[in-house]
Unconditional design. Structure first.
Length: 153
């Protein structure tokens, strides 16, 4: 699998993210607080790029299959964080997410962190299947499950 970063490709990334999440109301509400329009996706990318996230569009057999956001050095712990992974709905449950996560892990010698809202059980199941382990619960008003992948691949 290969990837490209979003340098000068924000519109393409935004269109795919919009298309792939149209039916995923829980993710959209979590990230945007409402059902967004395509232009909101552009702002989303710009906001997270502003804090240092690198967005990647992943390809399998020359077809785009996933988008990730990775923060190489989070201000909280100076570790690598997976901020987002969205797989094309037609490619889900085919090992794409796990392959992408293992590719990210292969680039670092450290553990990989991820955080999700406390009440998103399906998301935690996905992370568990990809090798993440629950690490902590954080937050006061809104709680988040923090996961860590030990990078033993």
């Amino acid at each position: 699998m290969r990837y490209v970063t979003n340098h000068h490709l924000n519109e393409r990334f935004a269109e795919l993210l919009f298309k792939w999440t149209t039916e995923d109301e829980s993710w959209l509400m979590e990230e945007f607080g409402r059902i967004p329009v395509v232009e909101d996706m552009l702002s989303y990318f710009q906001t997270y790029e502003g804090i240092g996230c690198e967005f990647r569009l992943w390809y399998k057999n020359d077809a785009p299959v996933a988008i990730t956001a990775v923060l190489e050095r989070a201000p909280s712990n100076q570790k690598t964080w997976l901020g987002m992974i969205v797989v094309d709905p037609s490619q889900r449950s085919a090992g794409i997410g796990r392959t992408v996560i293992h590719s990210i892990l292969s680039e670092t010698r450290e553990v990989l962190f991820a955080g999700i809202p406390y009440d998103r059980n399906g998301w935690s199941v996905f992370l568990g299947k990809c090798g993440f382990e629950q690490y902590n619960v954080e937050g006061e008003e809104k709680k988040y499950l923090i996961f860590v992948h030990p990078n033993e691949i």
